[in-house]
Ligand binder design. Structure first.
Ligand SMILES: Nc1nc2c(ncn2[C@@H]2O[C@H](COP(=O)(O)OP(=O)(O)O)[C@@H](O)[C@H]2O)c(=O)[nH]1
Ligand SMILES: [Mg+2]
Length: 322
């Protein structure tokens, strides 16, 4: 069963979209007035093998699709990605909507556990200023320490006001060895000279995703250090901006992403759009400003839970008498 939702200013316009994309065979499952956003029509098309329209399947599928669609709407997931996720969920024909959403996220997005990177490759964190790169570098060193490994923190951020002091504080607290290096060659030397059991983390200076020179420099450094690049991107931003930035950063060769500030945002459509458009896999996520407790694993189930537990903030409910 192919399931899609269409939003337009009026019902006839939405119906036109249904007919032109799915044809006359499409069955309208629900119509919903979304206020300022317009009218949303959810429609289904029978699969080529003829499956999908038994009444129970349709009813269960519609309920699952409705729940998932509400969650994706709340997070401002762009329509194209939301449709893909709904299709993936409806193909599963599960009546457990959370599991259906997890399966859909697994289908459309990539997930790479940190443990799969291995200590032999340094991790190099890139991203805009203030994204959380330095704090995430420290969190990675803390993870290494918890796993009983030593870490080497290479900072390219030491020229920034307070950058060196911040790195020195992190390194001291975490028992990490600190090296300041400002060009690809010195980063490569620091990496080559590390002890066999040291995990290297490279923290970079904030960059502009739309400055080709800065991006080229990042990929040259990663190449020289034979590092795995990870984009650090804060949650809560505009989905189109996040997607554009991630796509630009993907040109450096980055294939993984560490979203940050999940604790301080209530809309994650930007992160989903960024990961989807750039084909980057989620490596881990920042959920606190505190170094010790701030990095968690991300998998389809934990992401589905996170998305579904973000209730919209409604000031009116605080004012209502009970
Ligand atoms: N609440 C919260 N704050 C974070 C998180 N990660 C980083 N921060 C905060 O974001 C700010 C910028 O972090 P920093 O690592 O210096 O950013 P950089 O410029 O990318 O190196 C700091 O105030 C951090 O404490 C997170 O996961 N949650
Ligand atoms: Mg920094």
């Amino acid at each position: 069963m192919l399931l899609r939702s269409f939003t337009a200013k009026t019902l006839p316009e939405a119906m036109d979209q249904v007919r032109s994309l799915l044809g006359d065979e499409a069955i309208i499952l629900s119509t919903q007035d979304d206020g300022l956003k317009g009218v949303k029509v959810t429609a289904a098309l029978e699969a080529e093998d003829g499956t999908g329209f038994e009444p129970e399947v349709l009813e269960g599928g519609l309920e699952v699709a409705d729940r998932i669609s509400t969650v994706l709407d709340h997070h401002r997931v762009p329509q194209g990605l939301a449709d893909r996720l709904l299709n993936a969920a409806s193909n599963l024909l599960s009546d457990d909507w959370m599991m259906a959403m997890a399966a859909a996220l697994d289908h459309e997005l990539g997930f790479l556990p940190l443990s799969e990177i291995g200590p032999e490759r340094p991790i190099m964190l890139i991203g805009p200023s203030g994204a959380g790169k330095s704090v995430t570098s420290a969190k990675l060193c803390a993870c290494a320490r918890l796993a009983g490994a030593r870490s080497l923190l290479i900072t390219m951020d030491s020229d920034k006001a307070g950058g060196r002091a911040q790195a020195e504080t992190f390194a001291e607290v975490l028992g990490a060895r600190l090296v300041c290096a400002n060009d690809p060659e010195s980063v490569a030397v620091a990496v080559q000279q590390r002890e066999a059991d040291e995990m290297a983390v490279i923290d970079t200076i904030g960059s502009n995703p739309f400055d080709e020179f800065e991006l080229r420099r990042l990929s040259e450094t990663a190449e020289a250090a034979e590092a795995t690049l990870a984009l650090v991107l804060p949650a809560g931003g505009d989905p189109a901006e996040a997607a554009d930035a991630a796509l630009a950063y993907a040109s450096t060769g980055a294939r993984t992403m560490i979203p940050t500030r999940l604790d301080a945002a209530r809309r994650f459509g930007g992160l989903l759009a960024a990961a989807h458009v750039s084909s980057m896999s989620f490596l881990a996520a920042g959920v606190s400003r505190h170094i010790g407790a701030g990095l968690v694993a991300v998998n389809p189930v934990s992401l589905a839970r996170l998305l579904s537990t973000c209730e919209p903030f409604e000031p009116s409910s605080l004012l209502a008498a009970d």
